[in-house]
Design a protein around this ligand. Structure first.
Ligand code: KIV
Ligand code: ZN
Length: 410
């Protein structure tokens, strides 16, 4: 009995040492980790409901893209979330699977049950509790001290069951900075391995986000014992910009969703944050492990399975991102694709540039398409086709059949 107690004690302290080493390695490394919350915050979007099988497919695509962790669901809130998590166990082996919990012991028990079977280093809990005056007074009806002791109690409890414990003060961006620091300090002392900064209502600007993260980094005395994760909502259209501003201030983890789906105006879009970091490594000084060539496929999969379509202008996944109808742009793209693109389609795994023929097109694009169709015309004849294109009524798309017909009608 005594020996087994001793063995457990040794095991616990070895795990503690390993945990500490992993955290300090991540904090010192120049890599930003992606934590995807499409399956939880994303699914909270009205109309975006996903079946457990759909969640598994998205989780597999996220795994293939190299995402570090998946916010896989909220077991205490829904049986379907438990089913989805259980489908992932044994199949999703790369990313850490985390389950969302309120600062309620029962939620942590539900998470433990849902995640049972996943290796210890691949499962975690993500606790949240409102900390802003609005949440304390109107939602929780608790004083600051009561909130702090709730955090310590539940984070400590979670630490007995999980090696990976994140704590997020909900509505962090509207919480008094001194109190925010106190919540983080207590959470880390109680065993939190990650502290989250959620801008729950998407109110911040990049400058304010950056200043707040700087303040947290400078004032939480034990911050070196945890990773710092940031989580932005997009109510002002600034979620991606805010996320990047915090990376510049040393955030270790970015929480995002594919296509930016999520509550209200959504969350920071994973594909946009990843591309900005990939293209501006010089500015941010960090590397990412996300394979950007998987991003286009992910955007299409999430749009298909959630039924939440993409605006044609949506960065990375929208229909128009590698398409143009303008003659000058078409001419430039044919000479060198980089003339009118920030990155080539293959960088995100999209199929290619699309030159759309229409009233704004130029001679070169028309000649190019005709040639691809094996229709050889003189310069003069190409100009004739171009004139004919300009007469095609609005709303009729110039597909290959129509183009060939216009060429034949010369
Ligand atoms: O936006 C938010 O505050 C959240 C919490 C659950 C962390 O998603
Ligand atoms: Zn959120």
């Amino acid at each position: 009995m005594v020996a087994s107690g001793l063995f457990k004690g040794i095991q616990k302290s070895v795990r503690g040492a390993v945990k500490k080493a992993i955290i300090s390695h991540h904090r010192r490394s120049d890599t930003v980790l992606f934590s995807d919350t499409t399956l939880r915050d994303g699914e909270q979007m009205p109309g975006a409901t996903l079946e457990p099988q759909d969640k598994l497919r998205i989780a597999q695509a996220l795994e293939a893209a190299g995402v570090h962790s998946l916010d896989a669901g909220f077991p205490a809130s829904s049986q379907a979330d438990i089913e989805a998590i259980q489908l992932m166990i044994g199949v999703i082996k790369g990313p850490v699977l985390t389950a969302l919990c309120r600062t309620v012991r029962g939620d942590i028990d539900a998470a433990e049950e849902a995640l049972a079977g996943n290796p210890r280093n691949k499962r975690g809990v993500s606790l949240f509790c409102g900390t802003s005056p609005l949440h304390r007074e109107h939602k929780l009806r608790k004083e600051q001290a009561e909130v702090v002791s709730l955090i310590s109690d539940t984070v400590g409890y979670a630490g007995e069951k999980f090696d990976i414990v994140a704590f997020s003060p909900e509505d962090a961006s509207r919480t008094e900075p001194e109190f925010l620091v106190e919540c983080y300090r207590e959470a880390i002392d109680a065993g939190a391995t990650t502290i989250g900064f959620p801008d729950t209502v998407g109110i911040l600007t990049p400058e304010k986000a950056r200043d707040t993260i700087r303040y947290v980094q400078d004032n939480v005395p034990n911050i070196d014992r945890a990773l710092l994760a940031v989580h932005f909502h997009n109510d002002l259209g600034l979620a991606v910009a805010n996320t990047l501003a915090c990376v510049q201030e040393g955030a270790n983890v970015v929480q995002c969703t594919i296509n930016g789906i999520g509550e209200r105006a959504g969350n920071a879009s994973l594909e946009e944050v990843a591309m900005a970091l990939a293209l501006h490594e010089d500015q941010y000084g960090v590397k990412i492990k996300v394979d950007t060539t998987r991003l286009y496929e992910l955007t299409q999969l999430v749009a298909e399975l959630t039924g939440i379509g993409l605006s044609p202008m949506k960065p990375v996944g929208g229909d128009n991102i590698f398409a143009t109808e303008a003659g000058i742009h078409q001419d430039g793209l044919l000479k060198n694709p980089d003339t009118y693109l920030p990155f080539r389609p293959e960088k995100v795994g999209a199929s290619g540039i699309r030159l759309v023929l229409g009233r704004h097109s130029g001679r070169r694009a028309v000649a190019h398409r005709l040639q691809e169709l094996g229709i050889e015309l003189s310069d003069e004849q190409v100009l004739g086709v171009l004139e004919a294109i300009k007469d095609v009524p609005k709303g009729v798309s110039i597909d290959d059949d129509l183009l060939a017909e216009l060429a034949r009608g010369l």
